[in-house]
Design a binder for this molecule. Structure first.
Ligand SMILES: Cc1ncc(COP(=O)(O)O)c(C=O)c1O
Length: 370
């Protein structure tokens, strides 16, 4: 059996509807803006239960514009978790602020609250919690910690469409939030795409202009922005995919639970600690083991694809010139492994992955440490 990490074509649920919609848009030369974009912005904000949504070119631009929209003080610091995709830190640097890396928890890989407490100081102007792998960061504690301090929260929800804390969607706890619709994301477009979510009318209006050269309509430039719009075809595709997205989360949770059950007490495997107050969207199913490379090789030899998110912590990249060790995340990139999980995977495929993992640990006589 071959188990692909994801099969993007198989993930497309309503192919006929999507293909005929794209045909219609092409025939009618509807490529940028228009009804489909407005409809998606309305539908996505309704889904998240936020007031405003701005469709943009990708999740990286969304982050950069989100940081810019807040008008943060010059030379201030923005705190970013150490285990995330580079975009989160790029958004800070490209806006001229200093990035401060914060450690992550090993039980769910979210930003470490104890380390965050230590990193907040008078120069801190914002924090970017990342809801990595579809697991929510502890927004309740982060907000409590900030209290009345003038510190903004930008939620990076690129991997967390539909993730909730106490039934409230991530993306609605901070001042502004960003999403990615990169094809491999849980809610993926047919190319790059992203969105900004906020409950603030001021921030919303600023972001509408930021994505379109500082203007709302032709020649109405109020400041210099950029060209980063969610194009019409992507918006139309996302509108159709959003309709069945709740089913996607359900299937991913079902497969994740299967992994948890089958891999319980196997070798030295460590998992996410799930919080029953949260809804996880399982963008990734990540395991941790001291035998990661050997296990990945064993799975690859059995035709099972795996990935690593991410092989390097951000403060390990030379680019950031910040080699200060962070205790928990130090070397984490050598131990984590993402297993196949998506709504198109069958239980037979997931079962095959589990059986091969079990075989690996028993062949190598690695006993359960649990
Ligand atoms: C946590 C996180 N933030 C930001 C991004 C950037 O999104 P995009 O690829 O759409 O620019 C990604 C995408 O991989 C991501 O995983």
């Amino acid at each position: 059996m071959k188990v692909k990490f994801t099969n993007l074509y198989n993930l497309i649920q309503e192919k006929n509807k999507i293909f005929s919609k794209i045909n219609f848009l092409i025939k009618n030369s509807k490529f940028v803006g228009g009804e489909d974009l407005l409809k998606f912005e309305k539908n996505f904000s309704k889904f998240i239960k936020a007031k405003y949504c701005v469709g943009v070119g990708n999740g990286t631009d969304a982050l950069e514009m989100a940081v810019k929209s807040l008008g943060l003080p010059k030379n201030s610091e923005i705190i970013v978790p150490n285990n995330t995709w580079i975009s989160t830190a790029e958004a800070v640097i490209n806006n001229g602020f200093k990035v401060i890396f914060c450690d992550v928890n090993l039980n769910d890989y979210s930003i470490c609250i104890q380390d965050l407490k230590k990193k907040i100081n008078k120069k801190t102007s914002a924090i970017i919690p990342v809801h990595l792998y579809g697991n929510p960061s502890n927004m309740i504690e982060i907000k409590k910690m900030i209290g009345k301090k003038r510190i903004k929260i930008i939620e990076d929800c690129a991997q967390a469409h539909g993730t909730k804390i106490l039934k409230q969607h991530v993306g609605t706890f901070g001042d502004i939030a960003t999403f990615s619709f990169f094809p491999g994301k849980n809610l993926g477009a047919f190319g790059d795409g992203g969105a900004i979510i906020t409950n603030s009318k001021n921030i919303y209006q600023k972001c509408l202009r930021l994505r379109n050269h500082g203007s709302l309509k032709k020649y109405d430039h109020k400041f210099s922005g950029r060209n980063s719009r969610l194009d019409t075809i992507q918006a139309a595709v996302l509108n159709i995919k959003l309709r069945s997205y709740k089913k996607t989360i359900k299937k991913r949770n079902f497969l994740a639970n299967y992994y948890f059950k089958k891999l319980h007490k196997i070798g030295d495997l460590k998992f996410f600690n799930l919080n029953e107050n949260n809804t996880h969207s399982f963008h990734q199913f990540v395991i941790r083991t001291n035998f990661r490379d050997k296990l990945a090789k064993h799975l690859s030899n059995r035709n099972i694809d795996t990935m690593i998110h991410y092989p390097y912590m951000l403060n390990e990249l030379k680019f950031f010139k910040n080699f200060k060790k962070l205790k928990k995340s130090y070397g984490l990139g050598k131990k984590i492994l993402s297993l196949p999980i998506s709504e198109e995977h069958s239980i037979e495929e997931i079962n095959y992955v589990c059986e091969e993992i079990k075989k690996f640990f028993s062949k190598n006589k690695i006993k359960s440490l649990n």
